[in-house]
Design a protein around this ligand. Structure first.
Ligand code: SF4
Length: 423
């Protein structure tokens, strides 16, 4: 079998598939479907494939018709599994050990990029976030993330002379917010590589530009750094089940909220991303309780933003994740085409996002953080929030106004509070 994923299967699956193909002479597309199903079932710990294929059931049919009947029966059964909310109760993935990393200094020509939304066509509501890749590679092991396989897996690549480069970097006129969490976790290494010092340089030069750090860590040593007020620290949050089963090596929900509290106590503007929301058995209870904890731990005016998002994969990332021999149920989901990628069907997303937003008290919705959907279909806004933006430009303008106002307010409060009173 020639499909690229075939070799990533264990020998026993390769042998089974080769023998099956010998009996039925599947087309290349049919082989691909069989191989992808075999990869998925193994990752979900529901394999091997032979458990799902009932050759005896179609014994009366011959040749191509039998091959097609076998395959559609398999696909139907796997689709039934995908359509159910993911069950994690009896799923215990092998513990992922931390990799040993060494840091290397790299000289990247290109520092800045843009978020991975499709550039044209407004297929997703996009806020035009620019990205700055100060560090590449991540030591966490989220099973939906491809960063670990895109870069050399044992090297933390740190951009050399970052501070000097940011001293002379000229931002384009329309750049008003920059994220640093696209190619790594922004705070996992704190200021170990001088990254935060370097970002301070840029933040000082462009005080109206919001620089967003995004993390799943619980480091707090950096909160004493007197960061510029336009540097916003954000935490990706998730349900404890998803953190435990799919976000390997990351901080627990308690730890992330604790770190965010420590930052807010120092007057640092913060934000949260409930991303990626997963449709699993128990999702409502866990996401509701997460939001209740956020509302009990923070005042709405301490937050700059709160976003919702879910699982979305490109074809290349799907192939990459399937080729990894890791136990995960993250691909146990309906993979519906969405703006050139694959994601949950719109009804599922509507349910996830509108439920999550409905869990916030009115006061948070009136005077709280800027709520938004990250890289999502524009049709999801109205059912989620009760309002929507007609264009990317209007969304971006509203976000910019809200962020800058909130950051200025938090900075004002920080100034009023004498340093020794900042907890
Ligand atoms: S923390 Fe972010 S960058 Fe690191 S593995 Fe998870 S998703 Fe990827």
């Amino acid at each position: 079998m020639e499909h690229i994923l075939f070799k990533s299967l264990p020998q026993s699956e390769q042998t089974y598939l080769t023998e099956l193909d010998g009996r039925y002479s599947f087309s290349f597309q049919e082989q691909r479907q069989l191989i992808e199903a075999a990869c998925d079932l193994l990752q979900w710990k529901m394999g091997p494939l032979s458990l799902w294929i009932e050759e005896g059931r179609y014994a009366k049919q011959q040749g191509k018709r039998r091959a097609k009947a076998l395959l559609s029966d398999l696909i139907e059964k796997v689709d039934l599994e995908r359509k159910k909310p993911t069950q994690y109760a009896h799923f215990f993935p092998a513990e992922r050990m931390p990799d040993k990393y060494q840091s290397v200094i790299v000289q990247n020509d290109k520092l800045m990029g843009r978020c991975p939304c499709p550039v044209e066509g407004e297929k997703t509501r996009c806020c035009n976030l620019r990205t700055l890749d100060a560090v590449q590679q991540c030591a966490f092991g989220c099973s939906y993330c491809s960063i670990q396989s895109f870069y050399n897996s044992h090297e933390i690549q740190v951009v050399g002379n970052l501070e000097q480069r940011l001293e002379s970097l000229e931002l384009e006129e329309d750049v008003w917010h920059i994220g640093t969490g696209q190619s790594s976790d922004s705070l996992l290494w704190g200021n170990d590589f001088g990254t935060l010092d370097a970002l301070q340089t840029l933040a000082r030069r462009y005080p109206q530009t919001i620089i967003e750090l995004k993390t799943k860590s619980h480091r707090t040593d950096w909160v004493d750094m007197q960061l510029c007020p336009n540097i916003v620290a954000t935490w990706s949050l998730n349900a404890p089940t998803i953190i435990e089963k799919e976000e390997h090596l990351t901080a627990t929900l308690d730890q992330r909220l604790g770190a965010a509290r420590a930052a807010a106590d120092k007057g640092i503007p913060i934000g949260f991303h409930l991303h990626p929301m997963v449709w699993f058995v128990g999702w409502k209870e866990e996401y509701r309780s997460l939001i209740e904890r956020v509302c009990a731990t923070f005042r709405p005016e301490e937050l700059v933003m709160f976003s919702f998002g879910t699982l979305t994969f490109t074809k290349a990332v799907l192939r990459e994740l399937r080729s990894q021999k890791r136990e995960s149920r993250i691909l146990d989901m309906e993979l519906t085409p969405a703006a050139g990628k694959y994601s949950y069907p719109l009804e599922t997303k509507r349910e996830l996002f509108s439920f999550a937003y409905s869990c916030f008290p009115e006061r948070w919705k009136e005077d709280g953080p800027f709520f938004y959907l990250c890289m999502e279909d524009p049709s999801l806004w109205e059912p989620t929030f009760g309002y929507s933006y007609p264009t990317d430009k209007s969304f971006e303008a509203a976000m910019k106004k809200s962020y800058q106002k909130r950051v200025a307010l938090i900075a004002g409060n920080r100034m009023q509070k004498p340093l020794d009173k900042q907890e």
